[in-house]
Structures are given as structure tokens and as C-alpha cells.
Design a protein around this ligand. Structure first.
Ligand code: GAR
Length: 193
């Protein structure tokens, strides 16, 4: 099993999807060992603690150095960004190349890159009038949302959608399904090396 860290900033429903998939035995190569938030009050930290996963908040200027120390301490082999809204530096993403993945709430290359996060992504999709959107899991590199695509799932936009309604549908019908699947696939590949 590959010890895995989940980086979060908010509510943590994607973290919960990982916890639930793990409990159902659907991620046999993934061991959820650490959750780190860059925001002190993130509810995701409560979800981690409730599941018995080490939960840490890192808020200082030396965020990446402190994060590296925690990752080493826990012998982490895979990092999952699950609603983590801070951009990681090039040095960090280079060191973790092939071992760091992210979930993004659109079909990349639509509605992605700097400034597209959370509800803003769904606001932009509705403003553009697309009829299909979805979610993407991709490897993280130095370009925001620019790394190799691992998995995507399409979701219909419906008449009367608000950004909140669309966000919820994309989570339920895409994010919470493809994130655990992709984490397992990447961990299995890394373990098989
Ligand atoms: C999710 O929709 C995730 O895809 C998005 O933030 C939300 C976090 O929700 N991530 C991004 O926009 C990254 N660019 P959660 O905290 O409930 O998982």
C-alpha cells in the first residue's frame, strides 16, 4: 500500500469520497495517512480526524518546506490535491512529478488554469452556455491544471442550473467517482514499479 497525503483547503467532500472508497475496499493500493490544509478552519480536517487520519494545518510562509518535512516524516509516496486552492511551486511539483494528482471541476482544457477554482469554474461554464461539463483528474506539473490527464467524466448542464446546483451535480456524478478510481490506478502503477 502506498502511503498517501491529501491536501485540502475547504469542505473536503472529495477527501470524504476517498475515505469512503477506502472503507469499501475500493483503493487496495492506497493508504490514507495524512491530510494537510493551508486553511485553519477547513472542515476537511474534521473529516480526516473522524476517520483516524493525521490532520495538520500549515499556515506559515515556509509552507512548502514544512509540507516536505511532514511528507518525509510520514513516508508519503503519493499526494492527492482535493480542493487544494494554493498553487505549488515549480521545485515542489518537479520533485513530486508522477506522484502528485489533482481533481479539477471541469473538462480540461475548458475553464481551467489560474483563477478557475471552486464555484468560479461553474459560473464560467454557465456564462459560456456549455451543455456538457464535468471533472478531470490530472498529474500536477508547474502549469496550473496543465499536467497529463488521467481521467475525465462528463456531466450534463440542465436548464435552470445555478453555479451551486451545477457544482453539486459535477461532484456527485463525476468528482467523487473518478478521484478514488484515479488515486487507486496511480498508486497501483507506482507500487508495481
Ligand atoms: C471541488 O469541486 C474541487 O474539484 C475544486 O474545489 C472543490 C473542493 O470541494 N477544486 C478546484 O477548483 C481546483 N482548481 P471539496 O473541498 O468539498 O472537495
Amino acid at each position: 500500500m502506498l502511503k498517501t497525503a491529501v491536501l485540502v483547503s475547504g469542505g473536503g467532500t472529495n477527501l470524504q469520497a476517498l475515505i469512503d472508497a477506502s472503507a469499501r475496499g475500493e483503493m487496495p493500493h492506497v493508504s490514507l495517512a495524512l491530510t494537510v490544509s493551508n486553511r485553519a478552519g477547513a472542515y476537511a480536517l474534521e473529516r480526516a480526524k473522524a476517520a483516524g487520519i493525521r490532520a495538520e494545518h500549515l499556515g506559515g510562509a515556509a509552507f512548502e518546506e514544512e509540507l516536505e518535512a511532514l511528507l518525509r516524516e510520514e513516508d508519503i509516496g503519493l499526494i492527492v490535491l482535493a480542493g487544494f486552492l494554493r498553487i505549488l511551486g515549480e521545485g515542489f511539483t518537479r520533485r513530486w512529478a508522477g506522484r502528485i494528482i489533482n481533481i479539477h471541476p471541469s473538462l480540461i482544457p475548458s475553464f481551467c488554469g489560474a483563477g478557475y477554482y471552486g464555484l468560479r469554474v461553474h459560473e464560467a461554464a454557465l456564462a459560456r452556455g456549455v451543455k456538457v461539463t464535468g471533472a478531470t483528474v490530472h498529474y500536477v506539473n508547474e502549469i496550473p491544471d496543465g499536467g497529463e490527464i488521467i481521467a475525465q467524466r462528463a456531466v450534463e448542464v440542465l436548464p435552470g442550473d445555478t453555479p451551486e446546483l451545477l457544482q453539486r451535480r459535477v461532484m456527485e456524478q463525476a468528482e467523487w467517482i473518478i478521484l478514488p478510481q484515479a488515486a487507486e490506478a496511480v498508486a497501483a502503477k507506482l507500487e508495481g514499479r
